[in-house]
Design a protein around this ligand. Structure first.
Ligand SMILES: Nc1nc2c(c(=O)[nH]1)N[C@H]1C(S)=C(S)[C@@H](COP(=O)(O)OP(=O)(O)OC[C@H]3O[C@@H](n4cnc5c(=O)[nH]c(N)nc54)[C@H](O)[C@@H]3O)O[C@H]1N2
Ligand SMILES: Nc1nc2c(c(=O)[nH]1)N[C@H]1C(S)=C(S)[C@@H](COP(=O)(O)OP(=O)(O)OC[C@H]3O[C@@H](n4cnc5c(=O)[nH]c(N)nc54)[C@H](O)[C@@H]3O)O[C@H]1N2
Ligand code: SF4
Ligand SMILES: [Mo]
Length: 727
C-alpha cells in the first residue's frame, strides 16, 4: 500500500487528504482519510470518504460516446478520442466560419475539474470567443469581481487571528466546507465572537453570540443599517477613511437614507439587535466577513457585496492581521491568470461578450477598466480571481443560444458542469441547449445536461490526476495534489480536451505541453525540477505574508483608493453608490417566499446522488416548511408537495421543521435521479425535481449590475399532492 497526498475536489474547498492506495491500484479499494486527525483539525467530510465508491460506479462514462438517435433519446455509440476530437474540431471550425468565434459558448465548473490550468480560457481567447460562463457567476466568482470594483482584489479572512466573524447566511458544517467549519469553531474556542444573519435558525445561528433572523433577500438593507450605526456612533477608522477612500461624503448621505427604523422594517429584525451587532463588528475587531454565496444570489447582490466591502474598509479590517488579507500572486508559480491569455482576445471580440452591455460588473468591460490598476499593483493585467473577472452573463448566453439574439451561438461545450440545472430558468436553458448544432459534455456521468449532448467525453477525477491549487487565485498559497491511481477506461483531463482541439484547429504552438503533467512542470519550474518532486516534498508553497501593502502600492482601482462611490459603475451609467432595491409587491396568489440552498451534507450541488452509501442517507429532495405554515396548509413531514413559482413547479417531500421561520420555504438545489434511465422525457427526473425550473431570470429577479438571478426570496405557493408523482 502507498499513501498519496491528494486535494479532494468533491467540493470547492479542496481538503488535502491522504489516499491509501492498495497494490491492485483499483480506485474502489482506495481509502481516503484526514491528514490530521485531531478534533477540529480533521478536514474531510463524508463526500471525501465515499469518493472512491463514486468514481468506481458502474454507470461512470469511461469511453467517448457519440449520439446516434435524436437529441436526448439515450442512443449512443462508443468512438475513439481521435474520432471524437476530429469531428468536434471540424464542426466547430465550420460554425466559426459561418457565425464567427463568438458562436461558441462554454460553461465550466472550475471546482470539479480541479481548475483546468487556464486551458479553456486560453483556447477561447485564441479562437476569439468571449462567451465563457460558469456557476462561479453565482458563487464567489461574482463576489470576487465586485470586490475588485471596490478595492482591486478579493481578500481572504484571517481565521486564526480574528476576533469577530460575521456570517451572512453562510453556514459551514462538519460536512459542508469542513475546514472553514473547523476554523470558525477554533476561533470561537479562542474567544472570537460569532454573528450570524440567517432567516433560519441554522447550525451556526445556534452557535452564535448574536443571531439576526432577517427576511430572505434583505442582506443589503441590513448592511446599510450596520453602516448607519457605525457612522453615527463614530465607530469607524477615520484616518483610513480620510486617506484611503473615495466618495465618503456621498456614501454617508446614501447611508443616512437608512435609519434603523427603515432597516428594521425591511429586514424584520429589531433595531436594537441590528445596532448591537454593528457595534460588536466595529469594536471587537479585527473582524472578518467571510465570503457568502447568499449575497451572490440576490436582486441586490452588487450592492450587498459592495456594502460588505465598505464595512471591511471603514472599520480598518483590510489587509491587517486578523482581518481580511490581500494575498496577491505567488511570485514563483505561473498563475492561471497568466496562462489564460486574456490580452490575446481582440477588442472587437471582447465587445461582443454576451450580457456585458446591460450587466457589465463581471464582464470584460469592467476587467478592462481595471486593467491598468491591476497591472500596477498586482503585476497582472487580468487577475482572474475565482475565475470571475471576465465572464459573460449566463442568462444572456442562453438567450443567444435559444433565439439567436443578439447573434447566434451554435456550439456549447460543458465541462464538469450540469448547466441545464445550474442556472435560473431551466426552461430557457433547455431550449438553448437543444437548439445547438454541437453540444459536447466532458463528464463522469450521463447528467441531464450530458443526455442532451452530441458527444459525452469521459473526464478523469481528482484521485486520478496531479493538480495544484491556489484556491482559484483567492490565495497565494499553492497546495499540491498527487495522482493516486490511473484513470479508468479512456478518462482524460480537461486539459487534454482543449489541447486536442487546439492542435486540430491551428493553435498547436500555444499548447506546447503534451500532457497536463508537462504543463504542471512548467508552472512550478522556478521551484523544482518537476511537479512530481515538488509534490513529493511539499504539501504547499506559500510566500511570506505582508500586511497593509496598499500603503506602498495604493489599491488596484482607477483612483488608487477604496471606491465607496464607484468610478467604474458611474462610467457605465449605474448608481455609483450602493443602494436598496425593494422586491416586487406581494401578491396573494403567491403568499410564501422560497430560497434555494441549505447545501446537503451528502451531495455536492447536482452531483453525488449515484453514490449508494450517501444516497441512502438522503433518498429524496426535501422542502423545509415552518410548523405554522404546515399546520395552516394541513401538511405533515413526508407529504408529497408541489412548490410552484411564476416560473414553474417542482415536486418535493415535506420536512416540517422548527428551525424555519413562518412564510419561508427552503427548496434544495440540483435534484435529479441518476438511477432513472435516460430517454423517457423526464431527463432522469430533472423535470420533476430540479430547482432551476422554478428560479426566474426576468428583470425583476436579476441583479442590475451583474445580471445574476435572485435565488433568495422568490414568491411561491405550496400545495399538497397525492399520490407521489415523481417516480
Ligand atoms: N438553480 C440554481 N443554480 C445554481 C445554484 C442553485 O442553488 N440553484 N447554486 C450555484 C452554486 S453555489 C454553484 S457553486 C454552482 C455549481 O456549479 P458546478 O460546480 O458546475 O456544479 P454542477 O452543475 O453540479 O456540476 C458538476 C458536474 O461536474 C461533474 N464532475 C465532477 N468532478 C468532475 C471532474 O473531475 N471532471 C469532470 N469532467 N467532471 C466532473 C459532476 O459529475 C457534475 O455533473 O451552481 C450554481 N447554480
Ligand atoms: N455538503 C455540501 N457542502 C457544500 C456544498 C454542497 O453542495 N454540499 N456546496 C458548496 C458550495 S458550492 C457552496 S456555495 C456552499 C454553500 O453553503 P452555505 O454558504 O452554507 O449556503 P447554504 O447552505 O445554501 O445556505 C446557508 C444559509 O443561508 C440561509 N439563507 C437563505 N436565504 C438567505 C438570505 O436571503 N439571507 C441570509 N443572510 N441567509 C439566507 C439559509 O437559511 C441557510 O441556513 O457550500 C459548499 N459546501
Ligand atoms: S469538504 Fe468534503 S467534499 Fe469538500 S473538499 Fe473537503 S472532503 Fe472533499
Ligand atoms: Mo457555490
Amino acid at each position: 500500500m502507498t499513501t498519496r497526498r491528494v486535494l479532494c475536489s468533491g467540493c470547492d474547498i479542496y481538503c488535502q487528504v491522504h489516499a491509501e492506495v492498495p497494490e491492485s491500484g483499483k480506485v474502489a479499494e482506495v481509502r481516503t482519510k484526514a491528514i490530521d486527525t485531531r478534533p477540529l483539525m480533521a478536514n474531510i467530510c463524508m463526500k471525501g470518504v465515499h469518493a472512491p465508491e463514486g468514481f468506481a460506479n458502474p454507470d461512470r462514462v469511461l469511453y467517448p460516446l457519440r449520439r446516434t438517435g435524436p437529441r436526448g433519446s439515450g442512443q449512443w455509440e462508443q468512438v475513439s478520442w481521435d474520432e471524437a476530437l476530429d469531428d468536434i474540431a471540424a464542426r466547430l471550425g465550420d460554425i466559426v466560419a459561418r457565425h464567427g468565434p463568438e458562436a461558441l459558448a462554454v460553461s465550466t465548473s472550475q471546482w470539479n475539474t480541479q481548475t483546468d490550468n487556464g486551458a479553456a480560457r486560453r483556447f477561447m481567447n485564441l479562437l476569439g470567443s468571449p462567451n465563457w460562463i460558469s456557476g462561479v457567476a453565482m458563487c464567489a466568482g461574482n463576489t470576487a469581481a465586485v470586490n475588485r470594483l471596490v478595492y482591486g482584489w478579493y481578500p481572504f479572512p484571517d481565521y486564526p487571528n480574528t476576533e469577530c466573524i460575521v456570517l451572512f447566511g453562510h453556514n459551514p458544517k462538519p460536512h459542508s466546507w469542513t475546514p472553514i467549519h473547523n476554523a470558525i469553531r477554533r476561533a470561537q474556542q479562542r474567544g472570537a465572537k460569532l454573528i450570524v444573519l440567517d432567516p433560519r435558525r441554522s447550525e451556526n445561528a445556534e452557535a452564535a453570540d448574536l443571531w439576526l433572523p432577517l427576511k430572505p433577500g434583505t442582506d443589503a438593507a441590513m448592511c446599510l443599517g450596520w453602516i448607519k450605526v457605525i457612522l453615527d456612533e463614530g465607530l469607524y477608522d477615520a484616518s483610513f477613511v480620510r486617506k484611503w477612500t473615495l466618495g465618503f461624503e456621498e456614501f454617508k448621505r446614501r447611508v443616512d437614507e437608512f435609519p434603523l427604523s427603515r432597516v428594521a422594517e425591511i429586514t424584520g429584525v429589531a433595531p436594537d439587535l441590528i445596532a448591537q451587532a454593528a457595534r460588536l463588528y466595529a469594536t471587537n475587531g479585527p473582524s472578518v466577513i467571510p465570503w457568502t454565496p447568499i449575497t451572490d444570489q440576490q436582486r441586490n447582490s452588487t450592492s450587498a457585496i459592495r456594502l460588505m466591502c465598505a464595512l471591511r474598509a471603514i472599520c480598518g479590517n483590510l489587509d491587517v492581521k486578523g482581518g481580511e488579507l490581500f494575498h496577491g500572486f505567488h511570485p514563483d508559480v505561473v498563475s492561471e491568470s497568466e496562462l489564460e491569455l486574456h490580452e490575446h482576445l481582440p477588442d472587437a471580440q471582447r465587445a461582443k461578450q454576451l450580457g456585458a452591455d446591460a450587466h457589465p460588473a463581471f464582464t470584460y468591460r469592467a476587467a478592462d477598466m481595471l486593467r491598468e490598476p491591476a497591472a500596477r499593483v498586482w503585476g497582472h493585467d487580468y487577475p482572474n480571481l475565482v475565475n470571475g473577472a471576465c465572464m459573460a452573463v449566463p442568462s444572456a448566453v442562453f438567450r443567444a443560444m435559444a433565439d439567436g439574439d443578439p447573434y447566434p451561438v451554435r456550439a456549447f461545450f460543458v465541462l464538469g458542469n450540469n448547466a441545464l440545472m445550474s442556472y435560473a430558468n431551466m426552461q430557457l436553458i433547455h431550449r438553448a441547449i437543444t437548439a445547438q448544432e454541437l453540444v459536447v459534455a466532458v463528464e463522469h456521468f450521463k447528467t441531464p445536461t450530458a443526455q442532451l449532448a452530441d458527444y459525452i467525453l469521459p473526464g478523469d477525477a481528482w484521485l486520478e490526476r496531479n493538480a495544484i491549487s491556489d484556491s482559484f487565485a483567492w490565495t497565494a498559497i499553492y497546495r499540491t495534489s498527487q495522482q493516486a491511481v490511473q484513470p479508468p477506461g479512456e478518462c482524460r483531463s480537461v486539459y487534454d480536451f482543449w489541447r486536442g482541439l487546439a492542435h486540430r484547429m491551428g493553435m498547436a504552438e500555444h499548447f506546447p505541453w503534451a500532457t497536463q503533467d508537462d504543463l504542471l512542470d512548467h508552472r512550478v519550474a522556478k521551484l523544482s525540477d518537476s511537479f512530481a518532486s515538488l509534490a513529493e516534498e511539499r504539501a504547499y508553497v506559500a510566500p511570506r505574508m505582508e500586511y497593509r501593502k496598499y500603503e506602498t502600492t495604493g489599491f488596484a482601482t482607477p483612483s488608487g483608493k477604496v471606491e465607496l462611490s464607484s468610478t467604474i459603475l458611474d462610467a457605465f451609467g449605474f448608481d455609483p453608490l450602493p443602494n436598496w432595491r425593494p422586491a416586487p409587491p406581494a401578491d396573494a396568489d403567491w403568499p410564501l417566499t422560497l430560497f434555494t440552498g441549505v447545501r446537503e451534507d451528502e451531495f455536492f450541488q447536482t452531483g453525488h446522488r449515484h453514490i449508494a452509501s450517501l444516497r441512502k442517507r438522503k433518498p429524496e429532495p426535501l422542502a423545509f416548511l415552518s410548523i405554522t405554515d404546515a399546520e395552516r396548509l394541513g401538511i405533515s413531514s413526508g407529504d408529497d408537495l408541489e412548490v410552484a413559482t411564476r416560473q414553474g413547479r417542482v415536486l418535493l417531500k415535506a420536512d416540517v421543521r422548527d428551525d424555519m421561520p413562518e412564510g419561508v420555504v427552503r427548496v434544495p438545489h440540483g435534484w435529479w435521479l441518476p438511477e432513472r434511465p435516460e430517454g423517457d422525457g423526464t431527463l432522469s427526473g430533472a423535470w420533476t425535481h430540479a430547482d432551476a425550473q422554478i428560479c426566474p431570470d426576468d428583470s425583476d429577479h436579476l441583479d442590475m449590475e451583474q445580471g445574476i438571478p435572485h435565488l433568495k426570496g422568490i414568491a411561491c405557493r405550496v400545495t399538497k399532492t397525492s399520490p407521489q408523482r415523481s417516480n
